[in-house]
Unconditional design. Structure first.
Length: 303
């Protein structure tokens, strides 16, 4: 039946980044595909796509019994099936459907509790009624705009703003560093923001023509925060080593001319765990791997 277990937490690694998460956790007790099970309460884990809270082991006698026991706990469940996939899908088919419709940007994330479960073996489930992500396995899909933006990079920005529940408002001043070809500048302009778009490379012509976007053909790293003046948001999707981005961010933090930051740490070659830890240690900030990130993390600080 339902068994209480010692305090432990289940971390679902972002696709392709199990080793990064394991390194960040200092080594998990058990691996189950992308699921890393570690003793103790939840800890910060940037490389986790989702964190399962208070997981429970549940003994099951059959497929129907498994589905009934999950339904008895709550309605909504997402399955993670690295092993025994067919058996897990048969259980999944007997559970209430969870909407998989893409989210329109600007809409709030689902509010209903969403649990996660997996089959440890044919007779045992591991299930957590509460998780850190309201999306199945942390995978957020959007209704995409296939006409306006010049690339799909804007989806990272949409996701970051969705998970924090904040976004620039009309008239707010946004600095977009490393902006070419202009996907983030386009997204910010669509929100009504005034965008200072900085990149030595050109913007896509259709983006450069949009009202509210000022393109500066300069290096993001040569900007003087005091010369720019007060801005509401600093966004960066600059391609550079994380240590260089950290120096840039520290300069802007010291200047005190910007309240809100959303920046992408792009790892070129091996993951720079030390610089990632330094970003995570900045007070009042968070570091996370978004579903739309590749070998990169997104750092967010909201003032």
């Amino acid at each position: 039946m339902l068994a209480a277990v010692s305090v432990r937490t289940v971390y679902l690694a972002a696709e392709g980044f199990v080793e990064e998460l394991d390194h960040e956790l200092g080594g998990a007790d058990t691996r189950h595909g992308r699921l890393l099970i570690a003793s103790g309460p939840p800890r910060p884990a940037a490389w986790a796509a989702n964190v399962w809270l208070d997981p429970q082991e549940i003994s099951i006698a059959s497929i129907s019994d498994a589905a009934a026991k999950l339904r008895a706990i709550q309605r909504n469940w997402a399955v993670c099936a690295p092993h025994l996939y067919r058996r897990a899908m048969l259980i999944h088919e007997q559970l209430p459907k969870v909407s998989a419709k893409p989210l329109a940007f600007g809409s709030p994330p689902p509010a209903a509790p969403l649990g996660s479960w997996t089959l440890v073996d044919a007779r045992t489930m591991l299930a957590a009624p509460h998780c850190t992500s309201p999306f199945p396995n942390g995978e957020i899909q959007f209704v995409e705009d296939r006409a306006g933006p010049p690339s799909r990079a804007y989806l990272k920005l949409w996701e970051a703003l969705t998970v924090i529940g904040r976004r620039p408002g009309p008239g707010e001043i946004c600095l977009d560093l490393g902006s070419s070809p202009g996907g983030w500048s386009w997204a910010l302009q669509q929100m009504g923001a005034q965008v200072i778009s900085v990149d030595k490379a050109p913007l896509a012509p259709e983006i450069a023509r949009l009202p509210g976007i000022e393109h500066r053909k300069e290096s993001a790293f040569a900007l003087d925060p005091h010369a720019i003046g007060l801005v509401d948001w600093l966004f960066s999707d600059v391609v550079c080593y994380p240590a260089r981005l950290l120096a840039l961010v520290e300069r802007w933090l010291a200047a005190g001319t910007c309240r809100n930051f959303v920046c992408t740490l792009k790892f070129q070659g091996p993951t720079d765990h030390e610089t990632a830890r330094r970003f995570a240690a900045i007070p009042g900030s968070q570091l996370r791997h978004l579903f739309h990130n590749k070998h990169e993390l997104t750092w967010i600080k909201i003032g």
